[in-house]
Design a protein around this ligand. Structure first.
Ligand SMILES: Nc1ncnc2c1ncn2[C@@H]1O[C@H](COP(=O)(O)OP(=O)(O)OP(=O)(O)O)[C@@H](O)[C@H]1O
Ligand SMILES: [Mg+2]
Length: 257
């Protein structure tokens, strides 16, 4: 079943168009990876899907419903979560506080802030009361046992790999149907890259479908079902991850030989 589909997206920043008609889809239970050189538009694609950028043309659907341009605060209630490429934790908060912040957009009684006003008394089935949030934190920590001894430490004091785990755990507080992750392995040593990727496989196994942007193309394809290669804001190659890994042109151009 198609869970998420982007069709012919045109998007960018101000007058500057970066995506010139990009399409991709995510089927239920899949891991799909988006790869391609620096500046190809990978982050722009994921930001456009998550409603951080509004496309000038094209469509995004989630479970068959049009979500094009829908704001992130509504998309998290639909079941999407997004882990940005950088600045994806609150460094001065503890790990536990980061997890709590992860669920704040699903809190049934939102903190009275201006951006919550428009939501009024929204009653989404995905809203959680405080005891449900605590229960979700316990489930999430079970998925990230390495973080358990660090719950009271400030996230900013943890290693790069641990911080990436905090970012993933924070987003898993939403118990999303889809996790959109931008370069989870960026800046990590090879051993930590493997650790983060195996955690993503575990997250996927727990029932969350994953779209993952990656520079580490070979390793990303090794855990993905399918992949898309973008270049200069356009689709270049797509297919089963195994086939992309075996494609000699793809290997030469995008996988370092
Ligand atoms: N906030 C922004 N304002 C203006 N231009 C931007 C902005 N963010 C990105 N760009 C430009 O958009 C283009 C695509 O950027 P994008 O971040 O989507 O690439 P990417 O494929 O994610 O690259 P990388 O692998 O380096 O993360 C680049 O030319 C970049 O300079
Ligand atoms: Mg990027």
């Amino acid at each position: 079943m198609i869970l998420l589909e982007a069709q012919n997206l045109h998007s960018g920043y101000g007058e500057m168009e970066i995506l010139h008609g990009v399409s991709m889809r995510l089927d239920s239970q899949e891991i799909v990876t988006i790869i391609g050189p620096n500046g190809a538009g990978k982050s722009t694609l994921i930001k456009t899907i998550f409603g951080l950028l509004r496309p000038t043309a094209g469509q995004v659907t989630f479970k068959g419903l049009d979500i094009t341009g829908k704001p992130p605060r509504d998309l998290v209630l639909d079941g999407l979560a997004y882990v940005p490429q950088s600045n994806n934790t609150f460094p001065s908060l503890t790990v536990l506080e980061n997890l709590e912040m992860g669920a704040i957009t699903r809190r049934a009684s939102p903190i009275p802030m201006p951006w919550n006003r428009s939501r009024g008394s929204a009653t989404s089935p995905r809203m959680m009361n405080d005891s449900q949030i605590r229960r979700r934190a316990i489930e999430t920590i079970a998925l990230f046992p390495n973080l358990r001894p660090k719950l009271r430490e400030r996230a900013g004091n943890l290693s790069g790999g641990e911080q990436q785990m905090v970012a993933l755990a924070k987003s898993m507080m939403l118990d999303p149907d889809i996790l959109l992750i931008d370069e989870p392995s960026a800046g990590l040593a090879p051993k930590l890259v493997d650790m983060v990727f195996s955690k993503i496989v575990e997250i996927n196994g727990s029932g969350t479908s994953v779209v993952m942007v990656e520079q580490n193309a070979k390793k990303a394809l090794a855990i993905a079902n399918r992949g898309y290669i973008l270049e200069t804001g356009r689709n270049r190659y797509e297919g089963a991850a195994k086939e992309l890994l075996q494609n000699t042109d793809v290997a030469k151009l995008y996988l370092g030989g």
